[in-house]
Every structure is written in C-alpha cells, then in structure tokens.
Design a protein around this ligand. Sequence first.
Ligand code: TYD
Length: 209
Amino acid sequence: MIQGKFITLEGIDGAGKSTHLSWLESFLRSMGKNVVVTHEPGGTPLGEKLRALVLDSSLIMHPETEALLMFAARREHLDRLILPALDRGDWVISDRFTDASYAYQGGGRGIFANKLDELERWVHGTFQPDLTFYFDVTSELGRKRLHSRIDEIKSIDRFEKEEDEFFDRVRKTYLERAHKFPHRIQIIDSSQPLERVKQSIKNIISSIC
Ligand code: TYD
C-alpha cells in the first residue's frame, strides 16, 4: 500500500528545476517528511549507465532507441527506488519522469504519442505522480540560463545542443499535457522572481498535505 507522495519536476533545459528542487527538498524536510531525491534518466546504478549513453553527444541514436532507453531506465528506477521508498512512507521528489518522455521524445523528436502510451502502460500501468510541477520558461530564456551555467557544467549533452525550435516543441508538449492533466500538473511561471516561485510551490504543497 503506497503511503508517501511522489512529486516530479519538469521543464525544458534551463527552466531552473535544480534550484527549485533543492528548495522544495528543504521545505518538505522542515515539515518533518522523509524525503528521497532522485532524477531521470538515472537514479539506479544501471539507470546511471543508461543516462550516460542517452546523454552522450558523440552518439547518434534513433529517436525510438532513445525512448526505449528512457523507459528501460524508468523501469529500474520504479522497481529499485521509487516504489520501495513510497512503500516506506517516504516522499519522493524526482527531477523528471514520464512527462519528459512525452515532451522530449514525443514533442521534440516526433515519436507518436500512442507509442509512448504503450511504453508508459508497460512500465508503470496506471501509476502516476501525485503532483508534477512544470516550470515554464520560453526556449530563449532557457537557453540564456543554460549558457550562464556553462562554466559549471562540464560538457553540453545530446539534448542541450538542440536548437530553440526543438525546445519550443518540447515546451508546447509540456503545456498541452498540463492542460490535459490539470489536477496533477501545476504550471509555474519560472521567469518570475525566485521568491514568487517559492511561494507558489509552498501554496501547492500545503494543499496536498
Ligand atoms: P536534466 O534534468 O536536464 O539533467 P541536467 O540538469 O543534469 O542536465 O535531464 C537530462 C536530459 O534528459 C534533459 O535534456 C531531458 C532528457 N530527458 C528526455 O529526453 N526524456 C526523458 O524521459 C527524461 C527523463 C529526460
């Protein structure tokens, strides 16, 4: 019986997820929750190896191979980390989950949604996050923020080297999904000052506690 809550964070590259994630983690801890923080692709030893493959900018990969690897990593992640943590009653925050596959492999790479629906059904049936924060920024702002961090990040991965048009399609798909699942996916305007974003997160979390 699942008791903990599963929260996922989504957004295009440069949307500010990492900053919001560490703040959300400390906020939940301050409320006395046991929190497990993880990310996709990855989160398990095998998942991290798959992550290295899908992000390797020296590799050419068919979009369907990319989607299959994302879901393969997710299968491990659910089995070894997410579901056991929820069963213990912990709160799990994942930096990305299946919405990212619809946005990047679906919107970005053009894989039909029905194929992703099949993979989703195969890998996690009807299981879904309790809550998803989608941090919305334009592709221009995302790129600007990414470039301002370029010294911190060692190298540009296969996704970060994509053009603005790719991120426009990714963003459009995220927004479509947020409108399709309004109870689960909360859109946060991530171009706002940090304090405003924190306040929005706080209000939303309070409504599910
Ligand atoms: P990201 O959160 O951007 O990692 P970092 O902040 O360390 O750069 O995630 C890595 C990339 O993986 C990101 O560009 C989006 C991509 N991705 C997909 O394309 N599909 C997926 O299903 C997932 C989970 C991630």
